[in-house]
Design a protein around this ligand. Structure first.
Ligand SMILES: [Zn+2]
Ligand SMILES: [Zn+2]
Length: 258
């Protein structure tokens, strides 16, 4: 075992993903309360104080809720963009570190690349993280998959955690008020199953070991509908054999050990 990818929570009530290397570990987003994050880390056998850093994708609460307090209490460095950092009370943090979208940096054994995503929070990013010769992509909260550079970056991965937010039909028929439906469907909202599926189809290669489908809406999606889309896309890409997990909201998802 040299790398572990372990989603702790995924969805509009909170997102957090643990990446464990041989020497250290990172938490991508901390969108549950500090208490819940500590609980879930312990549940998967990880000591929260052992985290090398917490990295934030953007300032929406479902990605940042417990971040500042966790980092303050445990003395963990917090990485965020200039747009995201001010709400994290950086004056109280021991090690606030800012990076600009597109910048790369190193944290312990991890080489981290960031790239800008189209979303309705300024400076939203995806992370591509490399350690032990393996490359993992964390790509959630994006309004559209049309950045021509994105599939090329996803093709270079060994593991991908990708947003499958909603089924368009369910969203249209569902209970959300019109302004919220518009927001989700907009080019700065969230990826539909069909959009994510098409991106996946363009991106899958023989290198990918696993897909985690993330940020599934509990109201506007169904696990079986998302899975149907994923299996169709994998089949079309010639990767019907790919290991696939749907990320869970209320408990850690089964991890992938490389
Ligand atoms: Zn968001
Ligand atoms: Zn989100």
């Amino acid at each position: 075992m040299s790398l572990v990818l372990q989603p702790l929570a995924s969805g509009s009530k909170g997102n957090a993903t643990l990446i464990k290397g041989r020497l250290g570990s990172l938490l991508i987003d901390a969108g549950l309360s500090k208490k819940r994050i500590v609980e879930r880390l312990r549940q998967v056998g990880h000591r929260p104080e052992d985290l090398d850093a917490v990295l934030l994708t953007h300032w929406h609460k479902d990605h940042t809720r417990g971040a500042s307090l966790l980092c303050r209490r445990m003395g963990i460095p917090l990485y965020a963009t200039p747009a995201c950092m001010p709400a994290q009370k950086p004056e109280l943090l021991r090690q606030p570190r800012t990076f600009r979208p597109g910048e790369s940096f190193e944290v312990g054994e991890f080489k981290v690349e960031s790239t800008a995503l189209p979303h309705d929070a300024p400076e939203t990013v995806a992370f591509f993280i490399e350690a032990q010769g393996l490359r993992v992509g964390i790509v959630t909260d994006l309004g559209h998959p049309f950045d021509p550079g994105l599939p090329a970056r996803l093709r270079e991965l060994d593991a991908l955690l990708l947003e499958f937010n909603h089924d368009e039909e369910l969203l249209h028929r569902g209970p959300y008020p019109p302004f919220l439906k518009e927001r989700i469907l907009s080019r700065e909202g969230h990826l539909s199953n069909a959009q994510a599926g098409s991106l996946l189809e363009q991106s899958l290669t023989g290198r990918h070991q696993v897909l985690f489908a993330a940020h599934l809406s509990e109201t506007n999606n169904r696990p079986e509908i998302a899975m149907e889309q994923i299996l169709r896309s994998c089949h079309r890409a010639g990767r019907a054999d790919l290991e696939v997990h749907l990320c869970l909201q209320d408990q850690p998802t089964q991890a992938h050990w490389f």
